[in-house]
Design a protein around this ligand. Structure first.
Ligand code: SF4
Length: 342
């Protein structure tokens, strides 16, 4: 349980009036006050009681390791029970900041090219632990302009995700616009369908990584549970309902999925849905070698990347080659964790 959750319980046990908790939330999320001592709206006696029980600050997560680079700062957070998760702050030249956060500690999905997949699932994060990943940066004065669930874990496999989304968008907490949030999924069908119903404005990114089911099964075991055909149907339904763009992530792996034939197959797959095609956007991500999967996969050649991109464009598919943020600081998911625990 995070300190803010415990705080609520304590106030009830201590028979404090209901508005006390709202005052604390207001101090933290509206005034960016992290220390109980500085919450002058609370009586001194209550402040001291909170400090004695919970410590000086409202934060439960502790930064355990940090690596900084020109464009991406990566943090390894220690949770209350000693487990560790990662969050990344990306900053762009024009002052725009974006946060990439984790939804689970480890992951059970076992994608072959992913360091987090190699460590298995340790546990789901609670909704408030997810909030705290951002609260840490927020209390340092960073505006939460954009948040993506692209760190460790599969967001839709965590039953606490939707509560976390309610908190992120709650005006008394961060009050984030849905449009500033992106969920990246390997394709958990019930989660996608629920997002379409309950948070239609949240951005959706599907990690496709292969143009056909056979190849995808080899790279991503989830294909056996929720085949890409079913997921693309759900994404088409999402587009028809929301008129929002859907992102497809495609990691280019040398000689595995990066040939022109693969690009054409991918183009044909998307062109099967001519009405929805204009709202699909493919992000091509040159593979970033990880310590766990490094022997199995290699980054693609520059020429292949260019040809793949051009072949897709020629077929009328919107696409871009994504800058490989943080390859110098192990910013791909699970890599900082792998380094720390080795
Ligand atoms: S890519 Fe995502 S879903 Fe796949 S193993 Fe890694 S964290 Fe899990």
């Amino acid at each position: 349980m995070t300190k803010l959750e415990r705080c609520k319980e304590l106030l009830e046990n201590w028979e404090q009036p209901d508005y006390r908790y709202r005052q604390i939330l207001h101090a933290v999320f509206q005034q960016k006050i992290s220390r109980f001592q500085d919450m002058s709206v609370l009586p001194a006696e209550l402040r001291n009681r909170l400090i004695d029980t919970l410590g000086e600050t409202v934060l439960t997560l502790r930064p355990a390791q940090e690596s900084l680079s020109g464009q991406a700062d990566k943090l390894l957070f220690a949770l209350e029970d000693g487990e560790k998760i990662e969050a990344v702050r990306l900053h762009y030249r024009k002052g725009w900041e974006s946060f990439c956060i984790s939804s689970q500690c480890g992951c059970a999905f076992g994608c072959k090219f992913c360091a987090t997949g190699g460590m298995g699932k340790r546990r789901d994060l609670t909704a408030w632990e997810i909030v705290e990943e951002l609260l840490y940066f927020f209390l340092q004065g960073h505006p939460l302009q954009s948040v993506s669930f692209m760190g460790m874990g599969e967001p839709f496999a965590n039953p606490n995700l939707f509560e976390a989304l309610s908190l992120l968008t709650d005006p008394a907490i961060f009050g984030m616009s849905q449009r500033r949030i992106t969920i990246s999924t390997v394709g958990v069908l019930p989660g996608i369908q629920r997002l379409t119903r309950e948070f239609p404005q949240i951005n959706l990114a599907y990690s496709l990584h292969a143009p056909n089911a056979e190849l995808r099964k080899r790279l991503m075991p989830v294909e056996r549970r929720w085949p890409m055909e079913q997921i693309l149907d759900a994404l088409n339904a999402h587009i028809r309902r929301t008129h929002r763009r859907v992102f497809l992530a495609y990691t280019l792996l040398k000689n595995q999925n990066d040939t022109i034939a693969h690009a054409r197959e991918l183009g044909q797959l998307l062109r099967k849905n001519p009405k929805e095609l204009p709202l699909y956007h493919v992000d091509l991500i040159p593979y970033n070698a990880t310590e766990h999967a490094g022997e199995l996969f290699e980054p693609p050649d520059q020429k292949r990347i260019r040809e793949f991109y051009q072949a897709l464009r020629k077929m009328g598919v919107s696409c871009a080659v994504r800058t490989q943020f943080g390859s110098d600081i192990d910013a791909a998911c699970g890599q900082l964790y792998a380094k720390e625990s080795s």
